[in-house]
Design a binder for this molecule. Structure first.
Ligand SMILES: Cc1cc2nc3c(=O)[nH]c(=O)nc-3n(C[C@H](O)[C@H](O)[C@H](O)COP(=O)(O)OP(=O)(O)OC[C@H]3O[C@@H](n4cnc5c(N)ncnc54)[C@H](O)[C@@H]3O)c2cc1C
Length: 353
């Protein structure tokens, strides 16, 4: 979830898109170099980014590599303390619906991650080492005749949208993934180009790149500093000049960007409560559970695996489920991560109080 306050006479231009996420577990950190934090005594930057998750750090990276602007990232804790640190890192298209409101964004994101991995390889570096990158492909598995009919339709739609995909019968599925139980009613949509990464490694890589700009005075991090308010030009004007943290004022001369993940809704509400501006930030926490079985060797999974019902969490129109039915919908994913751990995740649509 990202909202941007641009420094302009028109005050606010909130650019928002929804992410639903909730940190539920902490995983082993791979290489995140928290001791190398880059702070600065100065308090004025071109851009202030609130939130140092994968989104905030990537926004900072984009400004640093694509412009000559200076950037400060401020976080109430540290990167990976939010949803980013809990995520499985699937870069999957398999459960997305062409034409849905998140389709273009997902496709672009998928392309950019692939390009990053390829550019590392081209530079003689190892994307698996640096990002935990694995091109596993993904399997969306149906276990009833109805689900398999829907999966065939899905394969057709994804192919029409330009993705490499195929429908697998139960026998074909078993050849690809011998460890799973199948019967005559089982089938799968297979996307060979889907991938996964390790969020901790990816964050460490992005942080390292951002920190390279610190010596030129273009980058600083302010971690463990919750943002508590907005600084407004001339006291109470509608022009946002930066943010207040518990320790300091940070000025964003050109923009202040809120990328605080699932906290963005409540944070924006809090920051704007005195501004008399109606703002609906469409971010709702979603419950999920993640089980990581370390050094798992009882069986091996070759691909990322997801139950067909997972698609229902993305779009009601895929399944025709109404909101009440989706509220009860639960489905599961399974994968092996770069470190050989089995990662089982259960997600449901139930909103958290
Ligand atoms: C269990 C789980 C599994 C997931 N699996 C996947 C997956 O496989 N693939 C996928 O694409 N996505 C997955 N996601 C979703 C993905 O992790 C999130 O969409 C993504 O990490 C969001 O990144 P973010 O930077 O927006 O949020 P976050 O990583 O949550 O970062 C937000 C940051 O804002 C900071 N913050 C909050 N309030 C303040 C404040 N007042 N002041 C300063 N800082 C503040 C927080 O400390 C935090 O570091 C998963 C999520 C979860 C929970």
């Amino acid at each position: 979830m990202v909202s941007i306050f641009l420094q302009s006479p028109t005050f606010l231009t909130p650019l928002s898109y929804p992410f639903s996420s909730r940190s539920s577990t902490k995983r082993t950190q791979h290489g995140a170099s928290l001791s190398l934090r880059v702070t600065a005594s100065r308090s004025s930057f071109d851009v202030v980014v609130v939130g140092g998750g994968i989104i905030g750090l990537t926004i900072a990276r984009q400004f640093l590599t694509g412009s000559d602007l200076s950037v400060a990232v401020v976080d109430k804790a540290v990167p990976c303390s939010g949803a980013t640190g809990a995520g499985q890192g699937y870069i999957w298209m398999t459960h997305k619906k062409p034409g849905s409101d998140v389709w273009d964004l997902t496709l672009r994101s998928h392309e950019l991650w692939h390009k990053l991995a390829e550019s590392l390889t081209d530079d003689g570096l190892d994307p698996e080492e640096l990002l935990g990158w694995k091109k596993t492909g993904s399997l969306l598995i149906g276990r009833t005749t109805e689900e398999c009919v829907a999966l065939k339709q899905k394969v057709h739609e994804l192919s029409e949208a330009g993705l490499r995909t195929e429908y697998l019968s139960s026998a074909e599925l078993l050849l690809k993934e011998p460890a799973i139980l199948v019967n005559d009613n089982t089938g799968a949509a297979f996307l060979p180009d889907d991938s996964q990464l390790d969020a901790h490694r990816a964050v460490a890589y992005i942080e390292k790149g951002n920190r390279a700009f610190a010596t030129a005075g273009r980058y600083a991090e302010f971690y463990n500093e919750p943002v508590t308010g907005l600084i407004r030009s001339d006291g109470d004007s509608k022009v946002v000049a930066g943010v207040k943290t518990l320790k300091r004022n940070l000025y964003g001369k050109k923009a202040t960007i809120v990328a605080a993940g699932c906290w963005s809704g409540s944070l924006m509400h809090e920051l704007l409560k005195d501004c008399n501006i109606p703002l609906d930030v469409p971010v709702k926490p979603r419950k999920g559970h993640l089980l990581v079985v370390e050094n798992f060797d009882s069986f091996h999974l070759n691909h990322g695996i997801m139950e067909a019902g997972y698609s229902n969490h993305q779009s009601a129109s895929v399944s025709g489920l109404d909101v009440d039915e989706r509220m009860l919908s639960i489905s599961m994913t399974a994968t092996m991560d770069t470190s050989g751990n089995l990662v089982l995740a259960i997600s449901n649509f139930r909103e958290q109080p």
